[in-house]
Design a protein around this ligand. Sequence first.
Ligand code: FAD
Length: 326
Amino acid sequence: MQRKKQQKIKNLLPGVKENVSLKDYTTFKIGGKAKYFFVAKTKNKLINAIKASKQLNLPFFILGGGSNVLFSDKEFKGLVIRVKNVKFKIKNCVINAEAGAPLPLLVQKAQQNSLSGLEWAVGIPGTIGGAVYGNASAFGKAIGDLVKQVEVLDLKTFKIKKLSKKECQFKYKDSIFKHKKNLLILSVILRLKKGNKEKIKENMKRFLTIRKETQPLNYPSAGCIFKNLKSQISKVKIKKNLLRKFPELRDFIQKGEIPAGYLIDKAGLKGKRIGDAMVSEKHANFIVNLGNAKTKDVQKLIAHIKKKVKKIFGIELKEEIIIFPH
Ligand SMILES: Cc1cc2nc3c(=O)[nH]c(=O)nc-3n(C[C@H](O)[C@H](O)[C@H](O)COP(=O)(O)OP(=O)(O)OC[C@H]3O[C@@H](n4cnc5c(N)ncnc54)[C@H](O)[C@@H]3O)c2cc1C
């Protein structure tokens, strides 16, 4: 039975690999093996891979640059499809990019074409598809602000659809794609503005310097583990004695955003370590892999952080990273 499936998938997806270590495909450098692993270099190959997994009744996972995921240490008995369709075109102020196009390359090409709007995204790893999925954001800007249209494959009907920015329902670190699992992002159209090439470069440099100064970029990580508190902020009731102890909280509440890193730091968790997973000393919302961290270590650390922050501040932190399987 197993052999039959193996042969079938090989016939349907020439080039499919077996028993691939997922840690090699994530920026966290954590994760077990995938029974099957396929790199889809074109839109058609991406669609075929989905069709094959459906035909064989095989669970699948869509992987972009692997910079926002934590895979389980256990074997995934399905198919990981790595989105590697990387072509893009720039015309006037519009970038039309396939889902697998690396975001860092688009940021660089936008600058070279005197296009402004993506400067803030410098230093964010991964693909444009992954960025749109999670509405990647930094320095008060988000990718969703630039989206004109997203081409998707509806996995229920196998029809290709074009979603407007409004239909993508972008919110802070959120989009329709996080909720409707049947939507595979095939390509993205971004609209930027004409700008000054040198000024754009300067701004990028400034953002990159801030990242280097504030983020632990010398260790593997998946970026920020938790979302900052934004939409739920109106529901947050902080006790008076806490506001006295942590006066910055009042400013954060007034500005409408409490950074998760601030709460973790004030909970005294910088440097807290479980196995080789550690809360970064440099940025408390980063968990870094000191070498041989296991998924369990990271999950235990996440649970510990949530418990402690809840106990001290009464605030429930929510994960930003995608944990698979959940
Ligand atoms: C050092 C560092 C700094 C970071 N800084 C930031 C930051 O400033 N701001 C920020 O927002 N994030 C940041 N991140 C997190 C991460 O880089 C972004 O969220 C990035 O946009 C994820 O893209 P990806 O291609 O790596 O997605 P992946 O991690 O591969 O996937 C993330 C999710 O998207 C889904 N997905 C990917 N491609 C598709 C597709 N084509 N169709 C449907 N679903 C898809 C996956 O199934 C998964 O659920 C940082 C990460 C690191 C390591």
